[in-house]
Write a protein that binds this ligand. Sequence first.
Ligand code: WT7
Length: 658
Amino acid sequence: MSTSDRPDIFDVDDRVRAGSSSQIPDMPSYREHWSRAEADPDGYWLAQAKQRVRWRKQPTRGLEGDFWSIREAPISWFADGELNVTESCLDRQLERRADKTAILWEGDEPGDVRTLTYAQLHEQVCRCANALVELGLKPGERVIIYMGMVPEAAIAMLACARVGAVHSVVFGGFSAEAVRDRVRDCGASIVITQDVGKRGGKHIPLKATIDTALEGERGVETVLVYQRDPAVTVNMQAGRDVWWHEQVDPASPTHEAAPRRAEDPLFVLYTSGSTGQPKGLVHSCGGYLTWVAYTHALTFDLREDDVYACMADIGWITGHSYIVYGPLCNGATSLMFESIPTYPDVDRYWDMVARHGITVFYTAPTAIRTLAAHGEAPVRKHDLSSLRVLGTVGEPIDPVAWRWYYDAVGQGRCAIVDTWWQTETGGHCITPIAPATPEKPGSATLPMPGIIPSLVNDEGREIVGPGQGRLCIEHPWPGLARTVWGDHARYVATYFAMFAGRYFTGDGCRRDADGYYWITGRVDDVLNVSGHRMGTAEFESALIAIDDIAEAAVVGYPHAVKGQGVYAYVVLQPACTDEAGAIQRAHAAVRSSIGAHARIDRLQIVPGLPKTRSGKCMRRILRKIAEGEPDKLGDVSTLADPSVVEVIVRGAEALRKP
Ligand code: WT7
């Protein structure tokens, strides 16, 4: 593609490419790698696995299985390989990077900084691993990690991996009920938490939430508690709860890592789908680590002296892949941020960029929009000349926010990498490669080597060339989640039943004449609110559990800052006389069943839901009304009671009036 005469295309700035020693420093090499990975996936990925990962036993087998036979058996990569991922992330780094900063931690208060070198991190992980063994943890057992953004959270993850246990990190915003569901689903024997989390000057009562979650539960024998703030007192249950500083600190600083097979599970991470019950996606040791190391190095064009900063929370896949496993496997300095972008002020990010000399900065569109709303002055206060690559992830970024990121933050000389991927994909799938890919604001651009995207229409036919459809991926890649914990049938039903032989992403997508991909958002009942993925069914089941509520339907609608807002239509029981009380209970129910990050933005009491004569709720109609487009409802004559629509439309208008 000749790009010089195309105003819609941003060529890579020379200053981004200068000094790159990447395998993919330009477009010809991108094309060459992509074709090679397509023509010979086994050869390509075995070579990458060998180069990027330290193995106890080198794999000789590449991919086994395919998307056609996935019902009978999960796919596998590198099945005869053996490794412990922490030897790639830690032990190996001691050879050349013992004194290099592995984790650079910035606490809630600006300038509250801790650094852990690779030698120190290795030692801490060994101590924690020894402590976990002492507490009875065996390979293959599950550990729930419910912590804030402290280095000990990464240490806990790595310690689990070191002993061959399977961690499941639960985002610290989730409620006790949500934690309990996850503890039960994966059958965890140990929980690792901390007294309180700190975020934006507030305390998050993590330990107290764990106490509630475990009330009356059997199975969890030990709760290991890291002390974030000695001034805070928490309840410690005798015989169950132990302090990190009493158990981990005195443990031995050396530990022999437990060898794992490449396909052994490394972790389970729960994510929302179109049912009320979150799924535990299972990621492998060998394939996952290969994929995150590869994508982290190539997308960001990682350099040895980079200060790499990903603003995600380790409770989400971005934190797993691009704060912990990818960066550490690549020997990077990875910044971990405990706070929020607006604390104590809206220039917090830029203040950190200047103080730490951040070169690669990775955040989410919702944060960019929030900060853009405050104008350029807070950005201009700081020296941002260290920046080279700016990443975004989590939801589509609109061209306006993209331009602000590029102009105001990147000062027109940084690469923007809009990385499309999912909890399920392990790492980046469609993304610019910083030194190579010409960018278009709002497009995630082109597929990573190993990713063969396809667009499929409603009838299941593949769209060739430019067009719009459902985004699928044609061929297994090493980072794909292998199954749903304890429920392979659900894995198959969710991702492989819609279109036989293809992985269905749940996203809609357009491909333009240059072959660039433009993600249009979810086409299923999954909401994306400020980059947080939540199922409409999770909201609905929380709502209908309330006595006052007869029925509920939840949809998303466009929201200027959050991307999507949550719109709930609620039908009260005929006997309910206290409408205000019912609304209050509805909000409380969602909070206690999901968590504080799940909030209904608009709640409308309706006399009934628009249903077909067979009783199916027409969510399409509710979505259009929530989007403020009641004139685009289409045919409503098939409804059992078309008049209900008119009432809902009028109610929605009243609700929108300030
Ligand atoms: C969903 C996955 C990927 C880690 C964080 C979210 C949306 C993600 C982009 C992007 C457009 C995006 C998709 C996807 N999404 N990145 N760059 N452009 N949409 O992981 O919670 O598993 O959510 O987030 O809809 O399916 P997740």
